[in-house]
Design a protein around this ligand. Structure first.
Ligand code: HEM
Length: 148
């Protein structure tokens, strides 16, 4: 069951898992940066360093990884015919869409902090920090155990 990817199927699957790891590394780091950045808003020199770190993390890790995870995931799903009768994949996709939304929120908040504004309490940011960890537990169980 390899479809149009033929012999490249397993290579694309390896690429998928490699970039899932990079994406998750970025998604664990950025919300943590946001907490430090917000705490530093009253200290312009320190805040500017966080702006720079977040920009690099977004440009070098987060955005490319998000794109490659989506493209490789969709390619193996279409090529392997996984979209039919695989409940786990539909549930996984729902969680991945939500995680991509979380990614978008974190990027938007990072830009807001870069403009010197904030709208969440530090405690709320710390709670949001847990979202990627919970999501990855559920997504990996769905992808590996495939309970339905
Ligand atoms: C973006 C949309 C995604 C799609 C369409 C997708 C699709 C797929 C498909 C069809 C497989 C099965 C390949 C096979 O067994 O031959 C797979 C494997 C896998 N995916 Fe995704 N995926 C996506 C995102 C993610 C994310 C965000 C994660 C983790 C956070 C993830 C983790 C995994 C893992 C660990 C496997 C290996 C499972 C195994 O071989 O036992 N995927 N993906």
């Amino acid at each position: 069951m390899t479809g149009f990817l033929g012999g490249a199927y397993l290579w694309v699957k390896a690429l998928h898992i490699i970039f899932v790891i990079f994406w998750m590394a970025g998604l664990f780091l950025l919300p943590r940066y946001l907490i430090h950045h917000q705490d530093a808003l009253a200290r312009p020199d320190e805040a500017a360093q966080w702006v720079d770190r977040e920009k690099k993390l977004r440009g070098i890790i987060l955005t490319p990884s998000l794109i490659i995870v989506w493209l490789s995931g969709l390619a193996i799903a279409l090529s392997g015919g996984w979209f039919t009768g695989q409940g786990w994949l539909h549930a996984k996709l729902l969680l991945v869409v939500l995680l991509s939304g979380f990614h978008g929120w974190a990027v938007a908040y990072s830009k807001k902090l870069a403009a010197g504004k904030s709208s969440l309490a530090s405690r709320q940011l710390r709670m949001l920090n847990e979202v990627p960890g919970v999501a990855v537990v559920l997504i990996v169980i769905l992808a590996v155990v495939r309970p339905f």
